[in-house]
Design a protein around this ligand. Structure first.
Ligand code: HXC
Length: 257
C-alpha cells in the first residue's frame, strides 16, 4: 500500500512508502496520506499520530518534481491545496502529531514535518526548503510555518537560499525538538508516544487547540478562548482523576472522559 498505517498501542504510525523515489509525494500518495490522516483524526483509538518515511534515507524528499513539471496554474493551485489539507489535518487534529524525521525532509517533506506538533530527527536527517532552486516557493505551508516554528530571519534564509541544514543545526534553530542516532529513532518516537498516551486525551486536545491560537488572531480573544478551554476540562473525569492522583501521591489513570 502507498501509505502504511501501523498501530502500536495507542499510537498510529503513518509511513509514506515510496523509498525508490525518496518518499516524494505524487498525487496518489498525497491523496492517500490526506485520507489516512482524515480517518485517524476521527479515530479515538489513535491517541497519537506519527508521520515517517520508509527506508533509512528519506522522510519525504518533497512533492514529486516530475509530476509538477507539466502542471498548469489551476492544477498547481489544487496541488498546493492538497498539501495544505494534509498539513491542516496534522496541525489541527485533536491529538498530538509527531514527525519522525528519518532522513531527507525537503520541500513539501519539511513542510509536513512543520505541520506536526513535535519533530524528532535522526542524526542523518537533512532539512530544507529547496523550492527556490526549482523556480517555485514552498507551497505546502512552509513559507509560513517555518517562520512560526523558528525565526523570521532563519526562515527567510532557508526559503530564499534553498540551503539545507543537518540535524544538529535544525536542533540548534528549534526546527526539531530532539535528535537521536538513526537506529534509535523508532524507539525514541514510541517512547514519546507512550508518554503522551499516558496523559488525558481531552487535556491534550484542548491544550493543542489553545497553543495553536498563539500565533494567530487577536490576543484578547485568544486568552478568552484559553479560559473557555481551561474551564471545560473541569467538566471531565480526567481533571478529577489527575488532581486526586496528585493528592493521593499516585500515578493518574486517565480515561478520556
Ligand atoms: C521526484 C524524486 C524527488 C522528488 C528524489 N526523487 N526526490 N523524484 N520528486 N522530490 C527521486 C530521484 O529522481 C531518483 O529517482 C530517486 O528519487 C533517488 O534520488 P537520487 O537523487 O538519485 O538520490 P540522492 O543522490 O541520494 O539524492 C537525494 C536527494 C535528491 C538529495 C533527496 O533526490 C533531491 O535533491 N531531491 C529533490 C529534493 C527537492 O528539491 N525537494 C523539493 C521538491 S519541491 P530515479 O528514478 O532517477 O532513480 C516541493 C514543493 C512542495 O516539495 C510544495 C508544492 C505545492
Amino acid at each position: 500500500m502507498a501509505i502504511d498505517v501501523e498501530r502500536n498501542d495507542g499510537a498510529a504510525v503513518v509511513t509514506v512508502n515510496r523509498p525508490e523515489a525518496m518518499n516524494a509525494l505524487d498525487v496518489e500518495h498525497a491523496e492517500a496520506l490526506r485520507d489516512r490522516l482524515a480517518e485517524l483524526a476521527q479515530d479515538a483509538d489513535a491517541r497519537v499520530v506519527v508521520l515517517t518515511g520508509a527506508g533509512e534515507k528519506a522522510f519525504i524528499a518533497g512533492a514529486d518534481i516530475k509530476y509538477m513539471q507539466s502542471l498548469g496554474v489551476l492544477e498547481a493551485r489544487r496541488w498546493g491545496e492538497l498539501g495544505h489539507a494534509c498539513g491542516e489535518l496534522l496541525e489541527t487534529m485533536p491529538k498530538p502529531t509527531i514527525a519522525a524525521i528519518n532522513g531527507f525532509a525537503l520541500g513539501g517533506g519539511c513542510e509536513l514535518a512543520l505541520a506536526c506538533d513535535l519533530r524528532l530527527a535522526s542524526a542523518n536527517a537533512r532539512l530544507g526548503q529547496p523550492e527556490i532552486n526549482l523556480g517555485i516557493l514552498p507551497g505546502w505551508g512552509g513559507s509560513l510555518r517555518l517562520a512560526r516554528t523558528t525565526t523570521l530571519g532563519f526562515a527567510k534564509e532557508l526559503v530564499l537560499t534553498g540551503r539545507q541544514v543537518d540535524a544538529a543545526e535544525a536542533l540548534d534553530r528549534g526546527l526539531v525538538n530532539a535528535v537521536c542516532e538513526p537506529g534509535d529513532l523508532r524507539e525514541r518516537t514510541l517512547e514519546l508516544c507512550r508518554a503522551l498516551t499516558a496523559k488525558s486525551p481531552l487535556a491534550l486536545a484542548y491544550a493543542k487547540e489553545a497553543v495553536n491560537l498563539s500565533l494567530q488572531g487577536e490576543h484578547g480573544a485568544n486568552l478568552a478562548a484559553e479560559a473557555r478551554l481551561f474551564a471545560m476540562l473541569f467538566a471531565s473525569e480526567d481533571q478529577q482523576e489527575g488532581m486526586a492522583a496528585f493528592a493521593e501521591k499516585r500515578q493518574p489513570e486517565f480515561r478520556g472522559r
